[in-house]
Design a protein around this ligand. Structure first.
Ligand code: ZN
Ligand code: ZN
Length: 271
């Protein structure tokens, strides 16, 4: 039963969206399913994802808005262009094996225009739909990016740790860069696209340290301030995963950090 996997689904979602998540069991017909929504909104006041088994081996995921979502829809309508770009990129990162439909809209241009907005996906598994691995896969491949996209549009804040790494203080653009590097949705997208591997030294902390290896960091390649006109930020190409060592090392150069190629050149020379 899907409800047996609630814990793992909640954990994945909280990490990926950076927001509190609530979940309840719904029964309808023969199959029971799960409803998933943001804890700080009433279930009827924002997006709700319903996950249920479809046949023996597939999961059906449907996102829709509750009847009283007016205020949430207003927030979404006011989302900055950058947040919309990130939200679309997150949805585009949904597994191509999941048949995704966005109410007739395309993955490149979709917008939440009103409360009739919805998205659906169906993912077929090799195992039965009640299997734990299948539930984890559907969460990671479909529900997490869908909910993370909504969290970005609604504008859930990034929880700022007490003491940001002191090495980076001082540069003009630091606040913006740090914000992007700490944003859980940027992190999620970056790791989905590039994998959990350091782009500089090639180490994969989760392979080396197992469960203790969730330490890979996300680095924002800053536009060179000397160019005068800053490029527009693009989460797809401007964020790369780095291990904590390489990340500290690139930021020893300020205000613009070392390029990965520069650091690699230093690493391969005898210093
Ligand atoms: Zn590294
Ligand atoms: Zn960085």
């Amino acid at each position: 039963m899907l409800k047996h996997h609630s814990e793992i689904i909640l954990e994945e979602l909280a990490e990926g969206t950076g927001a509190g998540i609530s979940l309840s069991q719904v029964s309808g017909g023969l199959q029971t399913g799960l409803d998933i929504w943001f804890s700080d909104l009433k279930k009827s006041a924002g997006p709700v994802v319903e996950l249920r088994a479809h046949g023996l081996k597939s999961h059906q995921v449907d996102l829709r808005f509750g009847m009283y979502s007016k205020d949430t829809l207003k927030l979404i309508a006011e989302a900055p262009a950058e947040d919309q770009l990130l939200a679309r990129s997150l949805v585009s990162s949904i597994s191509p094996n999941a048949k995704l439909s966005i109410g007739g809209q395309t993955t490149d241009t979709w917008q939440v225009l009103d409360g009739t907005f919805g998205m659906s996906a169906r993912l077929k598994h090799h195992q039965g739909s009640n299997n734990a691995d299948a539930a984890i896969k559907t969460s990671r491949e479909v529900i997490v990016p869908m909910m993370a996209a909504m969290a970005e549009l609604i504008g859930y804040d990034v929880n700022e740790p007490e003491n940001p790494s002191g090495e980076m203080e001082g540069a003009l653009t630091t606040v913006e860069v740090v914000r992007r590097e700490r944003n859980p949705r940027n992190r999620l997208l970056c790791l989905r696209l590039h994998g959990h591997v350091c782009k500089c030294c090639g180490i994969s902390p989760s392979k080396t340290y197992g469960e203790a290896g969730k330490i890979i960091e996300v680095h924002h390649i800053q536009p060179l301030s000397t160019l005068g006109q800053p490029r527009q930020y693009n989460p797809l190409s401007d964020l790369i995963p780095l291990c904590p060592n390489c990340h500290r090392a690139v930021h020893t150069k300020r205000p613009s950090p070392h390029l990965v190629s520069e650091l690699q050149a230093i690493m391969s020379s005898d210093v």
